[in-house]
Design a protein around this ligand. Sequence first.
Ligand code: CP
Length: 317
Amino acid sequence: MRHFTNVNDIGDLREAVKEALEVKNNRFGYKHLGQDKTLLMIFFNSSLRTRLSTQKAAMNLGMNTIVLDVNQGAWKLETERGVIMDGDKPEHLLEAVPVMGCYCDVIGVRSFARFESKEDDYNEKILNQFIEHSGRPVFSMEAATRHPLQSFADLITIEENKTKERPKVVMTWAPHPKSLPQAVPNSFAEWMNAAGYDFVITHPEGYELDPKFVGNARVEYDQDKALEGADFVYAKNWSAYADPNYGKVINMDRGWTVTAEKMALTNNAKFMHCLPVRRNMIVSDDVIESANSLVIPEAANREISAQVVLKRILEGL
Ligand code: CP
């Protein structure tokens, strides 16, 4: 594998999950792959899970790691070509990226949607500049439109916990006070469609996702109806995708919070969320603390998804 930015880069999903379960049982069995290799992790945005799990995965593989929080201590970066740089940004991404590439063998990038330009966000302007100009394999640690390491961990978690070959998986929008990107729901939809599950997306009107990611999923505007018979409930907030409301919160209807009453409509479903989660906005305390909540094993599988991706990149060097 050279780069990892979406579900197509991982190839056959059955093989990927099989490899993930092997790695999970033998985390330190591939240490030779990363010897004398350096991973550079670049964060344009905050992180807890991605930062820790990816660093741990790299260490399991024997790699050295460098972490750079671009907004804490690095020069402010200009990202637009053609700008007269007489403002507060002393360095251009077009120099910074190849320089970063000089100090490492593999680069992970976290760069969320900025909501300044839908076109720039959906063209993955920042991530693609790393792919084009760093000279190194690049993997997404959540970009503007996708969070593939999270979705891979979600897939592993569903495969470990499913009790039927083709479970019903429901992704439900839930309320949140701030504008959040569509990366996690886009990506989850992309991976669930590729896995071939019975996949339903439910959200209030106005929160329709890019049809490219919705794919073959059934869209149901009645949350209660969508939850009927669900085996897995994946809660997530996202802001509006459609113009003219791109990136905006258009309602915060707390009737969409995932509560015990909502979970009672399901087939004793497991509850999932990528975290961080706002309790009693997205999900009630009792649901996230219940025996059916998978949020902690799901986060634990972030180490495994990152390790499979890094392993495959190292095998390709
Ligand atoms: N789920 C996830 O990516 O968590 P962080 O934002 O804390 O990395």
